[in-house]
Design a protein around this ligand. Sequence first.
Ligand SMILES: [Zn+2]
Length: 402
Amino acid sequence: MVVKAGIIVNVGAYRQARSYRTALARPGSLLQNETLNNAARRGASTKDFMNRRPTATLNLLLGALAIACAPIQAAEHATITLYHHVSESTPASTSVAPAVFRQHLDHLRDEGFNVMPLPELLEALRERRQIPDKSVAITFDDGYSSIFDTAFPILQEYGFPFTLFVNTQPLNDSMSGYMSWAQVKQMSDAGVTIANHMENHPHMVDALPGEDMAARDQRLREELLRAQERIEAETGQNHKFIAYPYGEYDPANKAMLADLGFMGIGQQSGAVGFDADFLALPRFPFGGSFTDLNDFKQKVQTLSFHLLKVDPESQMTQERNPSLTLQFAAGDFNFRQLACYAGSQPMQMEWLDQEQGLLRVSTDQTFNSRRYRYLCTAPLRGSNRYFWYSKDWTRSTPTNQD
Ligand SMILES: [Zn+2]
């Protein structure tokens, strides 16, 4: 299959794309907020709102707008950003300063990015519906105070939709440093997507002492459903996806989500596309040393490879430098320009069959941390944009607790 990096479509096609609804949410978000508030008052769910079509008048207005901005490129890919704190007084590794956060949003606005609500983005990709090129969804994990106090008002100023993945127990306990349920409700009423990050922020790949795998999986399932119920009770929202705490997941976690009809979202960097693993979708985390504006600019415009094979498939490993076999479908990039890195060091790349895109990557470096990452990129032909894929490894056994 050929990865279509950017196809010019005509304005009519764009007007018919369901993603046009995002345009409604962008300028000021007043319309969206008002409609969502009305929906909330009537007890309607966000999904009801999302499924509703704009009125004929709005359609006409939108059509005029679309004609004014043609041509639009359609695409099969998007990116999802991940933030934790927007603050200068929280742990640096998971924080971005408010001024830097504004730089990120300025870039999205000034460069014409299509900032989409995550549920719409995931629905479009899963149904293989094209979306505007340079689409991005903004997400936050953990429910920290600075998201409500600082990020929320800034995002409202820009009119950008976003998603909060909340681990519910700290809010249930009114823990300091976290927002309150009333604040979550306020954000929800303003149109913010609220979704599941489990109850106690567990390492989902680990069992508790004395627990076998079946008991672990049962505990996680109950915890996921309790968090889901609490979020729905507080906000009326019931989205079928979770963000894995720490970005850690194993095949049994994925099977559980599949069984529950959920999608899973990780923290491995990369773009999302039609052929993504919807049980382990990548996001680009920003915080610590990854807040630089140029880094942000490069990442939000990345494209997704279509991988035909990832071996081993699991991120769980006992090794400190496992070799990895990848098969890349042909796309709008040159196989010879593929480059893979372990940490920041180039990896050894052995083509098993270059025509078939079959590559084995390995490294002499050894990693002692619990989590580490391999990364492969290739430039989009004739562009300064990159295809981007990363593989996270978690060095843990199901029963260890480091
Ligand atoms: Zn988290």
